[in-house]
Design a protein around this ligand. Structure first.
Ligand SMILES: C[S@@+](CC[C@H](N)C(=O)[O-])C[C@H]1O[C@@H](n2cnc3c(N)ncnc32)[C@H](O)[C@@H]1O
Length: 210
């Protein structure tokens, strides 16, 4: 793959119109729904007037299935280091899909590749489930986020990565707010309190910070 400065952004997603994500999931990854997803993603970018500074390749797949072939078919070169980002994604996937995702990322990652992802450790407490964040998403977007979260006990993907030779760092969102001096502050019955942000580098012996 090549793009501006040799950087290519590959978007692997079921559906970029998040409001339709649950509908797409109900269709079990129906190819028509996935094709619509690719169009929706392009529409969002165009509507925002965003001009990509790198090549952008949408790959519409259901991450509950085997998506490695689609990514390779879209041109991913596993011999080169890759930066992977899964923000706000694993919360919606079954534990088996998260385990597979980590295995595939490891398989397709050259040494020096980086991965950032977000998990939610616990099922939200009742008070957190009633927090305004979720009520607002229901009212403003028509999305019941809590109904979309997967209820499986979560795997320890950071430990899995460490066992595969990745150096991992696990923190709360607030560790990063402190580090960079910007971002959300803790609130009563905080919907982010159970979230962890994990950063990992493959084969990163000797790297002290990233
Ligand atoms: C809260 S959004 C965050 C996405 C991303 N961080 C962004 O800003 O665009 C969650 C994303 O997970 C995707 N998603 C949920 N289940 C999926 C699945 N089974 N396969 C692929 N993508 C999925 C949704 O389509 C949605 O784009």
């Amino acid at each position: 793959m090549s793009g501006a400065g040799g950087v290519v952004l590959v978007v692997v997603d079921l559906q970029n119109d998040f409001c339709d994500a649950s509908a797409a999931a109900r269709h079990g990854g129906d190819p028509a729904v996935l094709a619509r997803a690719a169009g929706a993603a392009a529409g969002v970018v165009a509507q925002a007037g965003a001009v990509p500074s790198a090549g952008r390749v949408p790959v519409p797949v259901d991450l509950r299935g085997d998506w490695a072939a689609a990514l390779l078919g879209a041109g991913l070169r596993p011999g080169l280091p890759t930066a992977w980002l899964a923000e706000g994604l694993l919360l919606y996937l079954p534990a088996s899909a998260e385990r597979r995702l980590i295995a595939i990322i490891d398989e397709l990652s050259a040494s020096g590749s980086m991965l950032g992802y977000e998990v939610k450790l616990l099922k939200e407490a009742r008070a957190v489930r009633d927090s305004p964040v979720y009520a607002e998403a229901r009212e403003r977007l028509g999305v019941d986020l809590l109904a979309l979260f997967d209820g499986d006990p979560r795997p320890d993907s950071a430990a899995d990565l460490a066992g595969r030779g990745w150096r991992t760092e696990v923190g709360t969102p607030y560790d990063h707010v402190r580090r960079y001096g910007r971002g959300p502050r803790p609130e009563p019955d905080d919907a982010l309190a159970a979230n962890r942000w994990v950063f990992a580098v493959k084969g990163a012996a000797g790297v002290s910070r990233w």
